[in-house]
Design a protein around this ligand. Structure first.
Ligand SMILES: [Zn+2]
Length: 109
């Protein structure tokens, strides 16, 4: 039986055949699945960034990078919230994050 991730891979192939770049394909799915709860089977990735200088504290270093979630709801509930409450930097937390669909990770769940 084909899985949802097979469906997305097939759809991505078609979109690329029609001349869309990787970035445009990502944007397409981002828009198509942009509802309050997202869609079942569409994973989300949260990426936490920091200023990457000497002032970034250990706590903030520990949450930097990619965090993958099974659904939009899970991502919203469980992602590291920034500014990070455990931040110990003198000037305060300067982290930021992005949250986007990650269709190609669908087979990891
Ligand atoms: Zn921070």
């Amino acid at each position: 039986m084909k899985t949802l991730s097979d469906f997305f891979k097939a759809a991505n192939k078609i979109l690329k055949k029609k001349g869309m770049t990787d970035e445009q394909v990502n944007e397409f799915w981002e828009e198509a699945t942009d509802t309050e709860e997202g869609f079942s089977g569409v994973p989300y990735v949260v990426i936490v960034y920091n200023c990457n200088d000497d002032l970034v504290c250990e706590a903030c270093r520990s949450i930097e990078g990619e965090h993958l979630y099974k659904s939009k709801t899970e991502a919203k509930e469980n992602r590291p919230k920034v500014p990070y409450e455990k931040c110990t930097s003198e000037g305060g937390c300067r982290c930021w994050s992005t949250m986007t669909t990650s269709i190609l990770d669908a087979d990891k769940f």
